[in-house]
Design a protein around this ligand. Structure first.
Ligand code: ADP
Ligand code: MG
Length: 654
């Protein structure tokens, strides 16, 4: 094997890796990985995919596998040449495919990810990120200083056998494979990957190490994996695969161990995280399928990349069909990984016709129901794990609230929000919120904004906090979208506290035994009916000054500590919503907000006492408006004017 004396085709010109690959390889070869074994898992998973793909193609075109119908993966070493070879009789690659698949990274958003990686300093954080990405084939450069890939696409002639070669830093070459090199293949098709093992990775030249690693990471791969060269295995009737080859998802969930699930998850995710939830079941009834699905612990780096595709693989009676069927999972479950194996679909179904297949639609719905119910269970059995899950995937899941009417109730059940209940420190379900509602309360109050930090101390909350009325915090952009179509939860309407008037009187009407609110409220009520004439002329004055900036100025019932706040008029869109819509360029209502003033605040009281012509009123009014905007995270119209007014004011005061 090691003495190749034939005359080779002239070596082809060296080709460069795409920039992404070069960057990736730098990361890989700088020993970022602590666990080198994973390269074998990656190679075997590629080989198994290649077999799966050809098995599918051979349904329509049996000629493709006629001469060698049993799929297998062989792995063997050569201690003299210091090489480890992994061979499969799968679909193989053409010359162009070799260059494309092993010279570039087709995954969308790779460039952005690599850039992000370069800005991270800590190895641990880098590892996390790259782990989510999965380095696949390139992981082999951790333990090899040269890799040769001999490949021949199924159904092509022997002179279409190509050899790809690289040392992992100077690009790669592709040339025609020699006869001897061709002999590495298992018959007339497939791929043989030969790794020249680095000095410090000699353990991978030991059979025991290979066998152990295969058992650990690839036991459930359904293609048999043999230890030995294909020519020997083909002749040895007694050769036994070193993996169990039983499709894990077909076994009963009672018989599968935690470790087996974990290994399986790592195989399909290529990831470094562990699954946070495993859902494994068999659906029987009008539609029949087995599903083994995992929720990851870490959010994939491209979760919100619009081109992110569904990763769940579709099998039909153990035959892999596709891992690229958009309609198999709802977009809001796009983070799930795993396998769905249908008993109903015909094997020879074309991938195109699957897109709108009614069986697929039924599976998608049944799967979503099952996952949502498992998530609900997880939330009850392990709230801490669920909180982690929610932090990573809540925003994606909530997309389903406006997408999938059918699953709304189940989705609302698993939704979690921060609220004033625990000062924004812990999550609550809607059911628990409702449980804590006051008798007089008939709305679910919420405040939306960019971040928890931003809105936790909003002045708009003051009236609610003082009355002990819980307010939910909605901080995901998506919240403002589903709120447009979901107006209530179990017939209790959602109400933004930054929109329109809040009927505190009605709320207070039934909570009359709380001492301090009682007092202030009585006072307010008094003023409400018989508004202080100073305040009312201040309001008129402010309204006149701000006629271009606000809809109107009114006395506030929601403030206790702050002098002013901005809210949306009764008929308008919630203030934060308006900003979100503006950002998404879907909206330019130009709705002016309402400025509410706190007539109990010393500052407002002082202003009310001043002569209406006083210049100070003008400055104070403008400053207060800007202040209200700043607290709310809104941009102010003219920061220069604001600063000038502020320093003038300070000057006068000092
Ligand atoms: P991924 O498997 O996530 O696509 P990899 O880096 O592992 O990424 O592999 C890159 C691509 O190279 C694969 O998508 C596949 O098209 C091709 N490839 C790798 N190994 C094989 C193989 N043994 N047979 C056929 N194609 C392969
Ligand atoms: Mg791969």
């Amino acid at each position: 094997m090691s003495t190749e004396k034939e005359v080779r085709e002239p070596t082809e010109k060296q080709q460069d890796f795409s920039a992404d690959v070069s960057r990736l390889l730098k990361i890989v070869t700088h020993a970022l990985y602590t666990n080198h074994d994973v390269f074998l898992r990656e190679l075997i998973s590629n080989s198994a995919d290649a077999c799966d793909r050809l098995r599918y193609d051979s349904i329509a075109n049996p000629e493709l596998i006629k001469d060698n119908p049993d799929f297998r993966i062989c792995t063997y070493n050569d201690t003299t040449a210091r090489t480890l070879t992994v061979v499969d009789n799968g679909i193989g690659m053409s010359k162009d495919e070799l260059a494309d698949n092993l010279g570039t990274i087709a995954k969308s958003g790779t460039a952005a990810l690599m850039e992000q990686m370069e800005q991270i300093n800590g190895d641990k954080d880098k590892l996390k990120l790259i782990g989510q990405f999965g380095v696949g084939f390139y992981a082999s450069f951790m333990i090899a200083d040269k890799i040769q890939v001999v490949s021949r696409k199924a159904g092509t002639a022997s002179n279409e056998t190509w050899l790809w070669e690289s040392n992992g830093h100077d690009g790669f070459t592709i040339r025609k494979a020699s006869k001897l090199e061709m002999a590495r293949l298992d018959g007339k098709r497939g791929t043989a990957i030969t790794l020249s093992i680095k000095d410090d990775a000699s353990e991978f030249l030991l059979d025991q190490k290979i066998e152990m690693t295969v058992k650990e990471y690839s036991d459930h791969i359904s293609v048999p994996i043999f230890l030995g060269a294909p020519s020997i295995i083909a002749q040895d009737k007694d050769a036994k695969p070193i993996n169990s080859t039983v499709a894990l998802w077909m076994r009963s969930n009672k018989d599968v161990t935690k470790e087996e699930y974990e290994a399986f998850y790592k195989n399909i995710s290529g990831g470094f995280d562990e699954q946070i939830m495993t859902s494994h079941w068999k659906a029987e009834g009008t539609i029949e399928f087995s599903a083994l699905l995992f929720a990851p612990t870490l959010r994939p780096w491209d979760l919100f990349d619009p081109s992110r595709r569904n990763f769940v693989k579709l099998y039909v009676r153990r035959v892999f069909i596709t891992d690229n069927l958009e309609t198999l999972m709802y977009p809001w479950l796009r983070f799930m990984r795993g396998i769905i194996d249908s008993e109903d679909l015909p094997l020879n179904i074309s991938r195109e016709s699957l897109q709108h297949n009614p069986t697929i639609e039924k599976i998608r719905s049944a799967v979503a129901r099952h996952i949502l119910s498992d998530l609900d269970k997880l939330s009850r059995n392990d709230p801490a794990a669920y909180a982690t899950f929610w932090g990573q995937f809540g925003p994606a899941l909530k997309e389903g609230l406006y997408d999938a009417t059918e699953h709304r109730p189940a989705l609302l059940k698993v939704c979690r929000f921060y609220s004033t209940n625990d000062e924004g420190k812990s999550l609550t379900s809607l059911a628990d919120y409702v449980e804590r509602m006051k008798d007089s309360q008939n709305k679910i109050y919420y405040l939306s904004g960019e971040s928890l930090e931003n809105i936790k101390n909003s002045p708009q909350l003051e009236g609610f906090k003082s009355r002990n009325i819980e307010v939910l915090f909605f901080t995901d952009t998506i919240d403002d979208f589903w709120l447009q179509s979901i107006l209530d939860y179990k017939d209790i309407p959602f109400q933004s506290i930054t929109k329109g008037d809040v009927d505190f009187d009605a709320l207070d009407g039934k909570t009359n035994n709380q001492e301090n609110t009682d007092n202030t409220d009585d006072g307010k009520d008094g003023k409400e009916n018989n508004i202080d004439s100073n305040i009312s002329s201040l309001i008129t004055k402010m309204q006149e000054l701000l006629k271009d900036n606000v809809h109107n100025v009114r006395q506030s019932k929601r403030l206790t500590d702050s002098p002013v706040c901005l809210v949306a008029p009764d008929s308008g869109v919630d203030m934060y919503m308006e900003r979100v819509l503006r950002l998404h360029q879907k909206y330019d209502s130009g709705t002016k907000p309402v400025l509410e003033i706190n007539s109990d605040h010393v500052l407002i009281k002082r202003m009310a006492e001043l002569n209406a012509k006083d210049e100070d009123i003008k400055d104070a009014t403008m400053l207060l408006l800007d202040q209200a905007k700043i607290i709310q995270g809104e941009p102010i119209d003219n920061p220069g004017n604001f600063a000038q007014r502020m320093s003038d004011f300070m000057n006068r005061a000092l």
